[in-house]
Structure formats: C-alpha cells, structure tokens
Design a protein around this ligand. Structure first.
Ligand code: NAP
Ligand code: MG
Length: 396
C-alpha cells in the first residue's frame, strides 16, 4: 500500500549524471511506495534555454506557493557550455535565481556514517553551516592607493548632512576597501537561521568579531540577538539554545564539539568554514543543502554539481560509480518536511526509514568509489551507480 503524501512537492529536474540518478531515485525508491503529487519543472539546461529561463522563475514561484521543493543539480552555463549545448546565451545560475525569488539562505549539512570517519575525532553529529549570502567583501569597492593622500569614508544621506570619517592618512602606497550590508538582509538571514534551528531542533551558534568591529560586526550581533530573543519561547519549547560567540572562540569550540548545531556565519566566514566542514566530514557526495526562506519555504538539494566527468564516461557506455546519497537525502528532506507541514507522521517516518536504509547500507560496506577510498575498514570492492541504488531499493 502506497503512503499518501498530502501536499504537493515542487520537483526541479536537472542535468547530466545527477539527472540520470534523479530518475532512478524516483522510479526505484519513491514512486513504488508513495502516492505523491509532484509539480514537475524541467530545469535541464536545454529546457531552460527553450523557455528563455522562464521555467526557473516558474519553479521558484511554485515553491512560494506550495512551500516545499526538491532540486536536482543543474548546469550553470559558461562560454564552453553555451557551445556544448548550443544555447542562446549563458543563462544565470538557477540557484541564484531561485535564491533571489525566495530571499533565502542556504544551509549545508553533512550525512554521517560510522565507517566514514570525519577528520576531526570529536565530531559525532552533523555540523550545519548557514552562510549569509549578501554583501560584505562580496559586494565591496576596492581601491589601490598609489601614494600619499587621505582616505575617507563618506555618506551622503538622501536628506540631511553629509558625514565623512577619516580612514587613513597614507604616507605611501597601500590599499583600501569599502563594504556594506543592509539591516533587511541581516534580519532575514537571522530569521532563516532561527527557522532552520527550530525546524531541525538544534542549537544555533552565531560568531562575529564585535570586540574589534564595534559598529559593523556589532550590528550583526545586535540584529541576531533581537531576532533570537523574539523567538525565545520557541527555543525553550524545543529545548534548544542560541549562543553568540566571538568568531575565533566559535572556531576553537567547533573543533572540540560533538556537532549537532547550526553554525550561522557571516558571508566570508561561511565561504571559508563551509569548505572546511565539508572536507572535514569526508565527501561532497555526503553533503546536502537546503534553501530556507524567512517565510518558511524550503528547497532541498545535493551540495555537489552535475558530476560532469562521470556523465561523459556514462555517455561513452562506461560504468560509473557516482554517489547518489546526497540526492536521495534531498528527496527525503523534502518528503519529511512535507509530512511535517501536512501533519502526516507516516510520511515523515518513510523518509527517515529510507535515510536509515541508506546509512545502514554504507555501514554494511556497500558504497560508491568516492566513499570506498576513505572508509574504515576499506570495502573489498565498490558499488556502481545502479548497484548501490538497487541495493537500497531491495532494503526499503
Ligand atoms: P561536481 O559536479 O560537484 O563534481 C566535481 C567532482 O567531485 C567530480 O568530478 C567528482 O570527482 C566529485 N563528485 C562530486 N559529486 C560526486 C558524487 N555525487 N559522487 C562521486 N563523486 C562526486 O562539479 P563539476 O563537475 O565541476 O561541475 C559540473 C556542473 O555542475 C557545472 O556545470 C556546474 O555549473 C554545476 N554545478 C551545479 C550546482 C548546483 O546545481 N547546485 C553546484 C555546483 C556545480 P571525480 O571526477 O574525481 O570522481
Ligand atoms: Mg568557499
């Protein structure tokens, strides 16, 4: 008997090897067990091209309407891809388009298996990273100072008095940078982090350097503190905690922690720390990602790309051993969220069961090549793409 998923899920298909895996996941693991209303959008690069990228906008709007989406990895075309796929133009990154329509924040979370040891011995539970994706050095203005002179920070208000602050009196050559952020963006980032922490029932850490940056970083802290304070009753109800700490303290604490928290990072910190955490946990094939909007809309996906090199092997007819775990977890994340929103616990437990089957399989020694090389103990052989999915299907 199929389990009925009450509300719809917006499905965004994608490109290359992940598109092939996507179809297998649906056919072998999901559709035999679930009666599910999928709102299908084909974000494969050819179809984005045919629709002048309208399909991406339509898909994002469908997520706004229905609340939950799941997305396959997609090609962000550069000049080489425009030629390869004979595209009208180098369309924008679909993830960027979806993110700006949902005004969301991306959270990355590793999947843990006992026989895939993290590089940091104390890490037992996943560490999620929330990266603020607007402003700071990523939208800065820089200037190479040629020689002696005075640098100033000037603000001209729409109405009122002009303000000028001295930055530095240069005696010789140097360099300067001006960067900014907006209260709206910081508040919406804090809100998305709080939603995620409440949804995952995990502690929330936020680190910045307000001791040194007494205005810029202190403003981030102030906004975060206010937003968290406003949700204090919800934090208490879930038995979770919000902690502000200095960024260097947060870095030191994370190395000694068991994991299990959301670490909210300013833009640059998140860029650097998400790569550290991802490689510390093992493989890109075990990293999931979810876009959360301040209004509580969700898009789940794998953190990796379309695994192009494997796809070219597949096209030549060669066997592949591509890890499907992060893509499976994108689906289980979306299905479980749908079940929670609909109040259908049997749907949530199907998703959790599927996750347990996948992790159990890896822990029993069945895994793709990327994991086989780092597993302890090392398996005698690795599974091909279809073999791994076939084994999962058998065990559901
Ligand atoms: P990628 O797909 O992340 O793969 C890079 C390499 O990482 C692969 O060649 C493979 O290494 C390894 N890898 C990644 N995922 C794996 C998996 N599931 N199983 C096994 N190995 C895995 O990046 P790419 O090949 O450089 O980029 C391909 C396309 O993806 C690009 O067009 C880019 O625009 C797009 N992209 C999309 C997203 C997204 O939609 N969210 C994100 C990133 C990139 P080996 O070859 O050594 O086995
Ligand atoms: Mg980075």
């Amino acid at each position: 008997m199929a389990i009925t998923v009450k509300g719809p899920i917006v499905e965004m298909d994608g490109d290359e090897m992940t598109r092939i895996i996507w179809k297998m996941i649906k056919e072998k693991l999901l559709l035999p067990h679930l009666a599910i209303d999928l709102k299908y959008y084909d974000l494969g690069v050819k179809h984005r091209d045919e629709t002048d990228d309208q399909v991406t906008i339509d898909a994002a709007n469908a997520v706004l309407k229905h609340g939950v989406g799941v997305k396959c990895a997609t090609i962000t075309p550069n000049a080489a891809r425009v030629k390869e796929y004979n595209l009208k133009q180098a369309w924008k990154s679909p993830n960027g388009t979806i993110r700006s329509i949902l005004d969301g924040t991306v959270f990355r979370k590793p999947i843990i298996a006992k026989n895939i040891p993290p590089a940091v011995r104390s890490w037992k539970k996943p560490i999620s990273i929330g990266r603020h994706a607007y402003g700071d050095i990523y939208k800065s203005v820089e200037f190479k100072v040629p020689g002696p002179g005075k640098a100033e920070l000037v603000f001209t208000p729409a109405s009122g008095e002009r303000v000028a602050l001295a930055v530095h009196e240069f005696k010789g050559p140097g360099v300067i940078m001006g960067m900014h952020n907006t209260e709206k963006s910081i508040r919406s980032f804090a809100g998305a982090c709080i939603n995620y922490a409440l949804g995952e029932k995990c502690d929330l850490w936020f680190g910045a350097k307000d001791t040194i940056s007494k205005t810029y970083h202190a403003f981030f802290k102030e906004v975060f503190d206010q937003e968290a304070e406003a949700k204090k009753a919800d934090f208490d109800r879930h038995g979770i905690r919000y902690r502000y700490m200095l960024i260097d303290d947060a870095v030191a604490q994370i190395m000694k922690a068991e994991g299990g928290m959301l670490w909210a990072c300013m833009n640059y910190d998140g860029d650097v720390m998400s790569d550290m955490v991802a490689s510390g946990f093992g493989s890109l094939g075990l990293m999931t990602s979810v876009l959360v909007s301040p209004a509580g809309k969700y898009v789940y996906e794998a953190a990796h790309g379309t695994v192009m090199r494997h796809y070219y092997e597949h096209l030549k007819g060669n066997p592949t051993s591509t890890n499907s775990v992060a893509s499976i977890f994108a689906w289980t994340g979306a299905i479980a969220r749908r079940g929670e929103l609909d109040g259908t616990p049997e749907v949530v437990s199907f998703a959790r069961r599927l996750e347990e089957v996948v992790i159990g399989l890896i822990e029993s020694g069945v895994m793709t090549k990327d994991l086989a090389s780092i597993a302890e103990p090392k398996p005698d052989k690795y599974a091909l793409t279809e073999e791994f999915l076939g084994e999962v299907a058998k065990r559901i």
